[in-house]
Ligand binder design. Sequence first.
Ligand code: TEU
Ligand code: CA
Length: 549
Amino acid sequence: MSKKSQWFKEAVVYQIYPKSFMDANGDGMGDLRGVIGKLDYLKALGIDVIWLNPCYKNSGVDGGYDISDYRAIAPELGTMEDFDELLRQAHARGIRIVMDLVVNHTSTEHPWFIESRAGKDSPKRDFYIWRPPFEGKEPNRERSVFSGPAWQYDEATGEYYLHMFAVEQADLNWENEAVRREVYDMMHWWFKKGIDGFRMDVIDMIGKPPAMLRADGGPHGPSSHGPREHEFLREMNREVLSHYDILTVGESGSVTVEQALDYANLDGSELNMMFQFEHVEHDAGEDTKWSAGPMNLVKLKKIFERWQTGLHGRAWNSLYWDNHDQPRAVSHFGCDEERCRVRSAKMIAACLHMMEGTPYIYQGEELGMTNYPLRDISESKDVEAINAWNELVVEQKRFTPEYMMACIRYKGRDNARTPMQWTAGKNAGFSEAEPWMPVNPNYTFINAESQVNDPDSVFSFYKKLIALRKTHPVIVNGDFTLLMPEDKQVFAYLRRHAGRTLQVACNFSGEHAALDAQAQTSGSMLIANYDEPGDAAVLRPWEVRVTLV
Ligand code: TEU
Ligand code: CA
């Protein structure tokens, strides 16, 4: 791969969920003009790339992931002219724009699906995955990620269609070359507008295992990494991706280190990197994502060790704590009570940003924004949580209402989708109108305005971390050695490159933590979250020290 095309290795990406970022036209919903108005804030933070969650015309079921027109902007977010202006203004500031590619499925309101559903002999019938009933019921027992069967019966043609997510999100049939051709043409269309890459939604599902598509009453089984998966991705790379100098990151809820060596290989034949889920789901429930925690540091750091050492020199890592599908980083991995929030937010940030890979900052993470205290399920706006409530609490009675609410408060996607907190003023400065989601009540003391000029703020700490990445090659290129692997409080590691050693020591607890000799930092301090130097052999609560030898 040419050196030019590896700019993603030095970049820091900022993820924007447009509905909740900034409302410029006063209708309570974030929009593209709102993003334009905050580009200087992002420039000040020092990020290089914006990943924009879907802003295409959609059916409003799954936060923009149920697309009904890939080449139109959702009217509630703005116009194509607004998008073109955003792209121009971002590029003028040296910020690249990566869009969200959602091609495992479309909305059932997409014209392709409407035509496909029209009849068994429709020219677009095979754009989707239709199967006859098996013994009068669903073709097999495949389950949707959003609870319930993955098959929806269609009266008109007496067949079922596959939907791995909501009923309103019909899976495209990637076995059909005409589908692939349409997707590649659409991707070229966006690249010719000047975008700088794609984050690829559940890209591991485009090559489906044959067993899940058989109308044989078979069991629920794997729904991704099928035999043609890499054939399709290499074709996409040949037909589209290799023509542009871009960043590509694929999302997979189940990808392993071994599989990532293909998906995110360094020879440029597939994608640049993957979003894997092992760390954010290390504390999941036994057969669902739902648990009430707590997180387990020993498990967590061993996961990072496998990914850091497994991909080093062979593929590339993404680095993230949260996103629009995850709880807030400081609530999940740090401590979100006021006595420890700022310190722990800085500690987890340094712990992640000093590793090998491209860091992703989710909107508000740089402020130490926290989970939202959802009162009850009626406050949720998330189809995943609502469907899970109906299945686990109402239908199956597996979870009590109290336990399910504890899980949703701990792991639910609503946590990340409350409005960005800009000021201590009305609606946190997000909108003049009633926001579509409630604002977290802590906006009065957690907001951008109070942090951008405060050298001790979480915002300023992220700014320093981003600057460090651009100053010290060991951060981008170093190898990884985990220290104190069995310690329940300390996450410590080394990075080595070209004769330099980066020492990182983090205390993921609210108590003092002893450091063994190897983990005691001895070099020049690059960044820390305590002003005064402490005891070399002991980390203070939530302390992080990064030194360079
Ligand atoms: O998410 C993929 C996915 O599996 C999610 O359901 C995720 O695992 C889960 O929400 C974690 O709690 C992608 C998008 O990021 C998500 O927003 C969409 O809802 C989903 O695909 C369908 O497009
Ligand atoms: Ca708006």
